[in-house]
Ligand binder design. Structure first.
Ligand code: HEM
Length: 478
């Protein structure tokens, strides 16, 4: 008798739970969509590999079925996906009011619970100002020569090799430069390899968050643990032996930490360091590799880019004198090309937020507490926003604002949380391309295919043979 009653209760409980899973509570009309399998939701579909530049099939199919806003469930959370320009705009502009930066637990585990993306209000503004100081225009002006020097010597080194895997090579190049700026890290002088801990990071980060040995996510967490131990001991070392002349970000952080009234804590400082190291090299190296791939596939674009950079050299008294800030700022076509590259690359395939209260938009209500994912690829590859969206056409930017974000351009996010590294990335890309197209030609010798899961990857790398141009080399079409 009791057994029957207990079974009935369990069945009723599970049925009710299933009913709630498929029909979540809402004080209004939920956006249409499906919550998928219990617990798993539609996670597996979301992570299914896609070998094209185009909007992920997961998103495309649902836009067709449900329209530009739909609901789903990813990694155990109910999520509203927005591909609607107006809603995206509200999401970015209403940061801290209606929405708040939020990333799935898997991200927070990897980046740290106190990383800049998870902080809000005063603490967030304080950190952002600190980062802007480091990557703002005055610091970048001072960095220009170093960025050019590093690009030039690396290209020279790669040209002496049979071939180079460009994604990894540029990632190393940028990592070393950023680590030097942030913590005066010199791989030649250190007994441990800091960079090694960041390997396979992007695959792990935007993959299924299963923390068991063998998975990309597990490797990613291991890497974080080791990198954090190294960063902590470097900070300790510096604290024990402070330097006379303060010159890097560690010095700056230590000064802040030592000030009695500072709101900064050591944990926040270390999480920030970790995020900056990761964000700076992984994103920019992907963007450079995508640009080099697209340039090779579009000789007319390569020609226009080469002309812009050769004319900088032609107009200079001494071609060897190095780039000036004025020359850098004059690279109009290059900046168009960078925007076009990041529009197609969609390096950040989803920007996450949490609804702070019930939010009414058009006929729908997004319930308080739900996650919201802005989907940049769906905006950047929508033919209503960009004619022939899969075409690599830097000239389309001639008529568009190129600096900040807009309703139709959010490769670097938007609103208050617009990427603090945008100018740094543009500097690295423009200077690297300058050094590449003025002195070298290259050909693909292996790999080069892309896949999105939904993070962008080159599964077989991007292997190129780089050769110095000679005097007969005036036509980049060859
Ligand atoms: C092609 C290169 C890059 C792309 C496509 C990119 C993209 C983005 C996007 C879309 C966001 C917004 C995230 C959000 O709103 O939740 C963001 C934020 C951020 N980016 Fe970048 N980024 C790039 C390079 C960099 C670099 C070089 C750095 C480091 C210097 C960096 C550091 C950051 C940080 C710290 C944030 C968080 C800011 C916040 O929460 O307010 N990014 N980035």
């Amino acid at each position: 008798m009791w057994g029957v009653a207990l079974t009935a209760m369990v069945v009723v409980g599970i049925t009710h739970w299933l009913y709630r899973w498929w029909n979540p509570k809402c004080n209004g009309n939920l956006p249409p969509g499906s919550m998928g399998w219990p617990l798993l939701g539609e996670t597996l579909h979301f992570f299914a590999p896609n070998p094209t530049w185009d909007t992920p099939p997961f998103v495309k199919e649902r836009i067709k079925r449900y329209g530009s806003i739909f609901r789903t469930s990813l990694v155990g959370r109910p999520v509203v996906v927005s591909t609607d320009s107006d809603l995206n705009y509200i999401i970015f502009q209403q940061e801290g009011q209606l929405f708040q930066s939020w990333y799935p637990d898997s991200f927070t585990e990897v980046f740290g619970r106190q990383n800049v993306g998870s902080l809000h209000g005063y603490m967030y503004k304080y950190l952002k100002n600190m980062v802007l100081y480091l990557f703002g225009p005055e610091s970048l002006k001072k960095m220009l020569h170093e960025v050019e020097h590093v690009a030039a010597i690396n290209l020279q080194k790669w040209a002496a090799q049979d071939s180079v895997e460009l994604k990894e090579a540029t990632a190393n190049m940028i990592f070393d430069l950023t680590a030097k700026k942030l913590i005066s890290y010199d791989p030649e002088k250190s007994s441990e390899n800091l960079r090694e801990n960041f390997v396979a990071f992007i695959q792990g980060l935007i993959s299924f968050p299963l923390d068991i040995p063998g998975t990309a996510y597990h490797k990613c967490l291991e890497g974080r643990r080791k990198a954090m131990t190294m960063l902590k001991s470097m900070l300790e070392e510096r604290r024990a032996k402070p330097r006379e002349v303060k010159s890097d970000f560690f010095d700056y952080l230590l000064e802040e930490l030592e000030r009695g009234d500072s709101i900064l804590t050591e944990a926040i400082a270390l999480d920030l360091m970790f995020v900056l190291l990761f964000a700076s090299f992984e994103t920019t190296s992907l963007a450079i590799t995508v640009a080099v791939k697209l340039l090779k596939e579009n000789p007319r674009v390569l020609q226009a880019l080469t002309e812009e950079h050769e004319s900088i050299l032609r107009n200079r008294e001494n071609t060897e004198s190095g780039l000036t800030w004025k020359e850098y700022k004059s690279m109009t076509f290059t900046f168009q090309l960078i925007n076009e590259t990041v529009r197609l690359a969609n390096i950040v395939p989803g920007v996450f937020r949490k609804a702070l209260k019930d939010i009414k938009f058009k006929d729908y209500t997004i319930p308080a507490g739900w996650a919201v994912m802005v989907c940049p690829p769906a905006v950047h590859l929508n033919p209503d926003n960009y004619k022939d969206p899969l075409e690599f056409n830097p000239w389309r930017w001639e008529r568009m604002d190129q600096k900040g974000a807009s309703k139709n351009f959010m490769a670097f996010g938007g609103g208050m949380r617009f990427c603090v590294g945008t100018d740094f990335t543009k500097l690295q890309m423009a200077v690297f391309l300058h050094c590449l197209v003025t002195k070298y030609r290259w050909r693909l010798v292996g790999g080069g295919e892309i896949v999105r899961t939904p993070g962008l990857q080159f599964p077989n790398g991007f292997h190129v043979e780089i050769t110095e141009k000679d005097d007969t080399d005036t036509n980049p079409r060859q």
